[in-house]
Design a protein. Sequence first.
Length: 139
Amino acid sequence: MQTPPPAIETREEVMFFDTDCGGVVHNLAYLRMIETCRTRLAALMGMNLRAMGETQEYPVVVRTEIDYRRPAKLGDWLTIRGRLAELSRARFWCAFEMIRESDGEVLVTARQALALVRMPEGRPLRLPAAWAEQWDLSV
């Protein structure tokens, strides 16, 4: 029986180092926050940091699509929601949205395509067949 795809929420407070001189979050900070959420999502998929170090198999970002709808500002608390959105034989897509907690406004939406790679040779791997069997992506 299939289960819903893995999903996770993380929280971040916008810090001074996340902003430009006008107190608005810069694009690199959004990507860092997405990276944190995606790393925790990968752990739900069986790729925690320790396991990746042991197997030398890593999810590698091959594409990022991001839409900046509204700016986050210094001191805002953000909820970052991430979920597994799509699977193919060699790639998977994760979807993200960032929401300002004070007003529920969606500030950023993003999608990332990832591939599994064995290091140190950098060899691409097929995705585990169990993923497609385990998770119902029609949800």
